[in-house]
Structures are given as structure tokens and as C-alpha cells.
Write a new protein. Structure first.
Length: 79
């Protein structure tokens, strides 16, 4: 974990949060998932607690949000 984590994404299940974390890490961000036990406790509990959170250090938060908001790059070439 890092000193000042900022939530940049919330999910209602662990799989979705882990996919976002992996995307962020692949792009060079230090990302982690927190509150994942809320999703495992009981049905609907994750939603009532704010979901499973993907967090990055505070100094990376703005760039991480911009990265996640940008449309994904296509892997197909135009040739």
C-alpha cells in the first residue's frame, strides 16, 4: 500500500476491479484494490459500502482518471 491512496474507480465485484487495476499497472501506475472483502461478505453489501475500490497514489490520481476515461486504443491496424 502507499501513503495517500486515492480512489480512481469503484466496482461492484472483484473481477471488474482487478481488470481495472491490471490496466493501470500495465500503463505504469501503482494501483491496488481495496475493500474487496465487502464484495465477498454478503450479496449487496459491496454496493452499500461504496464498492470495491481501485486506488493509486495521490500524485497519480488525476492521470489515472484521465487514462481510464480515455477510449481504449484499438489493437487493429488500418492496413
Amino acid at each position: 500500500m502507499f501513503a495517500d491512496p486515492i480512489t480512481v474507480y469503484r466496482a461492484l465485484n472483484i473481477a471488474d476491479a482487478e481488470l481495472v487495476r491490471a490496466r493501470l499497472e500495465a500503463a505504469g501506475f501503482m494501483a491496488s484494490v481495496s475493500h474487496e472483502l465487502a464484495a465477498l461478505s454478503m450479496e449487496g453489501y459491496a454496493q452499500s459500502t461504496g464498492g470495491v475500490r481501485v486506488e493509486v497514489p495521490g500524485d497519480e490520481a488525476e492521470d489515472a482518471r484521465e487514462f481510464l476515461a480515455a477510449p481504449p486504443e484499438s489493437s487493429q491496424s488500418d492496413s
